[in-house]
Design a protein around this ligand. Structure first.
Ligand SMILES: *[C@@H]1O[C@H](CO)[C@@H](O)[C@H](O)[C@H]1NC(C)=O
Ligand SMILES: *[C@@H]1O[C@H](CO)[C@@H](O)[C@H](O)[C@H]1NC(C)=O
Length: 375
């Protein structure tokens, strides 16, 4: 008798919980949002390991300061930008989408779709052959959404994507691995300002597509000071000054990007996209390395030739003993320590770095959103 009452009460409680479960948001307010990364080598965490391409970072000394001290495919001595952002939002590192470990609960952490060598344009990085161009990255993002829908149901999966943080880093390769290559068809087709406008109009389509795919919190980085990377110093600089034509490209492109993002947000009626000015962030460090505790912002830690900027970083390259003293790890990519400084700016930077708001403000707003929606 009492047992059947217990069963009834239990059934009642279970039914109540099911009803409450349907009302409550599926993700608790304290949980970190999912995190998705798109773009190039600055954010690739190892997708290219699975592809037949020379654009890869899966051999030593890459990863020398990673927790495992092994190469992972990240273009860094240690952590890259997405890893550090994951830490800041209280989450695990996102796995490369092509990794076989990205299954089950790991899917809810997010995923990294980035692929070294890609650009805004489909014809950027053709020398890297088999890489995930941006629309392929989006194709995989759709596939990912189908996979989580199958687990969570369509509505909860949609919410996970809408609430997620997204980082997209594109553009640098459209200059250094396209327009400024010798005899590039694009440089014959366009003078530099017109090329920048063309890139921006293509980028607008890419961001619009990302919005259509459900992204609502998107950090969009501009290009860094491309003329100051050791590779360009080695190729184009006579006295160690940053290469002027690449600096000019960044100076034209970055303000156009900010304007495009403002326009897009206005059209969408919401601050979906945040312009992150990687140029000013990096330029501060590059111009005043000593102030930030670096011995050099011109010489790469790993490489060979002038500024260690020629060819690839590999086991035969010069390697600096203390990676914390260098802004650049290899000919193009920052060290973990420089990446941390960039992420600090993303978190708390002023409006000239993060427009219209920084990530700490965004997260505070989102937290309010979530807590006010809980009944
Ligand atoms: C790039 O490729 C994608 C898919 O393959 C296509 O939809 C897009 O229109 C292409 N972009 C340009 C500018 O050709
Ligand atoms: C950036 O973050 C800090 C807090 O960390 C805040 O005081 C500041 O107002 C924010 N700036 C913008 C433009 O959102």
């Amino acid at each position: 008798m009492s047992t059947s009452l217990d069963v009834l009460i239990t059934a009642f409680i279970v039914a109540m919980m099911a009803i409450m479960g349907a009302v409550l948001p599926p993700l608790p307010a304290e949980a970190a949002p999912a995190f998705f990364d798109f773009g190039d080598s600055l954010v690739d965490s190892g997708n290219n390991n699975y592809l037949a391409t020379p654009a890869r970072a899966d051999s030593p000394p890459y990863g020398i300061d990673y927790p495992t001290h092994k190469p992972t495919g990240r273009f860094s001595n240690g952590l890259n930008l997405p890893d550090i952002i994951s830490e800041k939002i209280g989450s695990e590192h996102t796995l490369p989408y092509l990794s076989s470990y990205l299954i089950g609960e790991k899917l809810f952490v997010g995923a990294n779709f980035a692929s070294a060598g890609v650009g805004i344009l489909n014809d950027t990085g053709i020398q890297f052959v088999n890489i995930l161009r941006i629309f392929e990255q989006f194709h995989y993002f759709q596939q990912y959404q189908t996979r989580i829908s199958n687990i969570l149901g369509q509505e909860a999966a949609g919410q996970l994507v809408n609430k997620a943080l997204v980082l997209i880093t594109l553009g640098g390769n459209d200059f250094v691995n396209n327009y400024f290559l010798p005899l590039s068809p694009r440089s014959i087709q366009f003078p530099l300002p017109a090329y920048c406008c063309f890139l921006i109009s293509e980028y607008r389509k890419i961001l619009t597509r990302l919005y259509e795919l459900g992204a609502r919190r998107v950090i969009v980085t501009g290009t860094g000071p491309m003329g100051c990377v050791p590779a360009e110093l080695a190729m184009r600089s006579e006295n160690g000054e940053c290469a002027s034509e690449l600096q000019r490209a960044a100076a034209i492109y970055n303000p156009l990007l900010v304007e495009m993002i403002k326009g897009l947000n206005k059209e969408l009626g919401s601050n979906i996209f945040i312009a992150s000015n990687a140029f000013s962030m990096n330029m501060n460090i590059i111009s005043n390395p000593a102030q930030f505790g670096f011995v050099s912002s011109k010489i790469a830690c790993c490489g060979q030739g002038p500024y260690n900027g020629m060819g690839q970083c590999n086991i035969l390259s010069n390697l600096c003993p203390d990676r914390n003293l260098y802004v650049f790890w290899d000919a193009f990519h920052p060290t973990e320590r420089a990446n941390r400084m960039i992420v600090d700016q993303i978190m708390t930077g002023a409006v000239e770095h993060m427009n219209p708001m920084n990530l700490s403000t965004l997260m505070a707003l989102d937290f309010q959103d979530l807590t006010t929606k809980v009944p």
